[in-house]
Design a protein around this ligand. Structure first.
Ligand SMILES: Cc1cc2nc3c(=O)[nH]c(=O)nc-3n(C[C@H](O)[C@H](O)[C@H](O)COP(=O)(O)OP(=O)(O)OC[C@H]3O[C@@H](n4cnc5c(N)ncnc54)[C@H](O)[C@@H]3O)c2cc1C
Length: 406
């Protein structure tokens, strides 16, 4: 390893590894600092990822990391109505996030990236407002570099030091997930989503089957204690509790999810922010891996270009933001609007919406939607179907008449 690497990525999660790999493949010398002694652990994520998006990113997931293949979703309305969306072929994978993260780190190492494990970055080295490196906790070792990529996940500890606006607490929902076995009565090819203000205020609950009667059961909430909501969901929900009554929790994790759209500014002198740290997360579902990786690839490219041009100014690095916005900006803002609308609906309106969608055959329309990740632009072609328009109008009407009342 060179004494002064070109680029340092903070965090060995998917976004840290992918941005590092991208820059290293282009020719930069890159170091990743990861606070834990092992990549991927502890794991907090369901690993529910769109197959087409993984392919678009050029990622071929090893068989051993794929826990299941999913064909669709069953949405359960607050009063127990079902809306089923089933595709002919599998559309998503459920991956083991620990193995997935290790796979990405292996790819990065093969491209020449150097990992420093058990290396928590305590602070940034700053000189006249420019980031010049990182200081590690414990040893106090200082690692000088030209560009720091902040991929430390849902935390704003580092970026605030550069003067960038961090994640506000109102942007964050609290997620909880239990891995369970002994699940009964579920279709192993379908994920289940449970809506309702009493189930998970401001979000939803899920059962994601893996295999052999095992599943990931979780939810996120805007208010209240997610542990209590999860216990109530597993023990008292009229539909879910029947499926989970013989289940046994084998692991439990709590982790925040940033939901309110990306940070307004994601670059500064010698500094880029990616993934959860930049809130590049789908506000509708809380999925952050695919968009995070999409933006991380851009961060890796731009960091390399800065090294090549010997220009680490924020004027040069601002191209990162314009490029990632071109790729996912529209979808993120469309999904943020959808999330706000969904959160403003009363349970009765949510029931009405799912009921109407089922009766108008919206499942058959959505089945044709090629890309489940890019929900903004996916809406454009399906709006042509008259049924979709009726549902959207109902959605808009419900939102207009219920916003502010609930
Ligand atoms: C319950 C739950 C379920 C989810 N399910 C899905 C899903 O099904 N699909 C999906 O797409 N997304 C899902 N997500 C979101 C997904 O987990 C995140 O979007 C994704 O992990 C973000 O990747 P990242 O690399 O930005 O951050 P992370 O995966 O959080 O990685 C950050 C890394 O940085 C390290 N780190 C932090 N601070 C430091 C420091 N100071 N120094 C050194 N290292 C540091 C951490 O140890 C960690 O390894 C879920 C989230 C939750 C909470």
């Amino acid at each position: 390893m060179k004494k002064k690497p070109d680029i340092v990525a903070v965090g060995g999660g998917p976004c840290g590894s992918f941005s590092a790999m991208t820059a290293a493949k282009l020719g930069a010398e890159v170091v990743v600092c990861e606070e834990h002694e092992e990549i991927g652990a502890p794991n907090h994520c369901s690993g529910h990822l769109n197959i087409a998006s993984l392919q678009r990113l050029g990622l071929h997931i090893p068989r051993g990391a794929i826990e299941n293949e999913i064909r669709g979703a069953v949405f359960h309305s607050p009063s127990g109505k079902e809306f089923v969306l089933r595709c002919r072929a599998p559309v998503t994978y459920v991956v083991d996030r620990e193995l997935f993260d290790k796979h990405l780190a292996d790819l990065a190492i093969k491209s020449g990236v150097h990992y420093l494990l058990k290396s928590r970055v305590k602070s940034l080295l700053l000189d006249s407002g420019s980031v010049k490196g990182v200081a590690l906790e414990g040893s106090g070792e200082r690692l000088e570099t030209n560009v720091v990529i902040d991929a430390q996940g849902c935390s704003s500890t580092l970026l605030k030091k550069t003067g960038l606006k961090g994640l506000k607490s109102s942007m964050i929902v609290r997620g909880i997930q239990a891995e369970v076995d002994g699940v009964e009565g579920i279709d192993e090819e379908m994920v289940e989503m449970y809506l309702g203000r009493k189930v998970a205020p401001g979000f939803f609950a899920w059962i994601i089957p893996t295999k052999n009667a095992q599943a990931k059961v979780g939810l996120a909430t805007m208010t209240g204690d997610p542990r209590k909501y999860l216990q109530k969901f597993m023990e008292k929900h009229p539909v879910a509790s029947e499926k989970l009554k013989k289940s046994r929790v084998t692991s439990l994790s709590l982790h925040p999810i940033p939901l309110r759209g990306p940070l307004p500014k994601t670059y500064s002198n010698g500094f880029l922010v990616v993934g959860d740290a930049a809130s590049q997360v789908k506000p509708t579902t809380g999925g952050g891996v695919i968009f995070g990786l999409t933006c991380s690839r851009v961060a890796g490219e731009v960091a390399y270009e800065a090294v090549k041009n010997r220009d680490f100014s924020e004027t040069f690095l601002s191209r990162y933001q314009s490029r990632w916005k071109r790729l996912v900006g529209f979808d993120l803002s469309a999904m943020l609007r959808l999330r706000r609308m969904l959160n403003s609906l009363s349970d009765a309106r949510t029931d009405g919406l799912l009921d109407l969608a089922g009766r108008l055959g919206i499942d058959r329309v959505l089945e044709k939607v090629g890309d489940l990740d890019f929900q903004g632009r996916s809406l454009i072609p399906i709006i042509r179907y008259p049924g979709t328009l009726v549902v959207l109008l109902y959605f808009m009407f419900s939102w207009l008449t219920s916003s502010g009342k609930n």
